[in-house]
Design a protein around this ligand. Structure first.
Ligand code: 5GP
Length: 194
C-alpha cells in the first residue's frame, strides 16, 4: 500500500548547515537514504567519490545528460554542474524515502515534477551575516568563491517562499527537531494510497 516514490528535498544557501542537518536527520530516521549527486566540482579534502558526490569530468557529466540519466541538473556556480541521477531516487518509497540535498532551482524542478510525493524544505540562517560568518569559519572558500556563494545565497533566499516549509537553523537541535517532524508527517502522507 505504499505509494512511490517518497522524496525529501532540502535546499539552502551553501554554509547554512544543511549537510549537518541532513546527516542528523538520517541518524534519527535511518530508513532514509541519501541521494548522491553528480558534480563537476573538484572534491574537497575530506570528500569521497561515490559517498559525498559522484565526481565527474565535464565530459562525463555531459554524457550523463545525453544518456538521460539525470532527473535534474543545474549549473549552480559558473564552472560547476550538479545533478540528481534517476538511479538515486528510483528505489524510494514511503518505507525508504530518499533525501536530496540540492540547490533551489533543482528543488523546485523536483517539486514540480513529483508534486505531493516530494517535500521541499528550505533551510535558512537567521541572517545573511550569520551565513557569511559560518562560511568564513568553515574555511573551505577563497575570497572570490565566498563572494560567489553570498551572491547565490541572496538569489536562493528570494525563492524560499515557494517551498513547502522553511526551517531556520539558529539552534541545531531545534532545527533538527523541526525538520524531523516535517519529514515524519511527509512519510505518513506517502503511505496513504492516492
Ligand atoms: P557544494 O559545492 O557546497 O557541495 O554545493 C553547492 C550547491 O550545489 C549546494 O547548494 C547544493 O545543494 C547544490 N547541489 C548539490 N547537488 C545538487 C544536485 O544534484 N542538483 C542541484 N540542482 N544542485 C545540487
Amino acid at each position: 500500500m505504499s505509494s512511490k516514490p517518497c522524496i525529501i528535498v532540502v535546499t539552502s544557501p551553501s554554509g547554512a548547515g544543511k549537510t549537518t542537518l541532513a546527516r542528523g536527520l538520517m541518524k534519527r530516521l535511518p530508513q532514509i537514504t541519501f541521494s548522491v549527486s553528480a558534480t563537476t566540482r573538484k572534491p574537497r579534502p575530506h570528500e569521497r567519490d561515490g559517498h559525498d558526490y559522484h565526481f565527474l569530468t565535464a565530459e562525463a557529466f555531459q554524457q550523463a545528460i545525453r544518456d538521460g540519466r539525470l532527473l535534474e541538473y543545474e549549473q549552480v556556480y559558473p564552472d560547476c554542474f550538479y545533478g540528481t541521477l534517476y538511479s538515486e531516487v528510483e528505489a524510494s518509497d514511503a518505507e525508504h524515502p530518499v533525501l536530496l540535498d540540492i540547490d533551489v532551482n533543482g528543488a523546485l524542478n523536483v517539486k514540480e515534477r513529483y508534486g505531493d510525493a516530494a517535500l521541499a524544505v528550505f533551510i535558512a540562517t537567521p541572517s545573511l551575516d550569520t551565513l557569511l560568518q559560518r562560511l568564513r569559519e568553515r574555511g573551505t572558500e577563497t575570497d572570490d568563491s565566498l563572494q560567489v556563494r553570498m551572491t547565490r545565497a541572496r538569489y536562493e533566499l528570494s525563492h524560499a517562499d515557494r517551498f513547502d516549509a522553511t526551517v531556520v537553523n539558529n539552534d541545531l537541535e531545534d532545527a533538527l527537531t523541526a525538520l524531523t517532524h516535517l519529514v515524519e508527517q511527509h512519510m505518513a502522507a506517502c503511505r496513504v494510497p492516492s
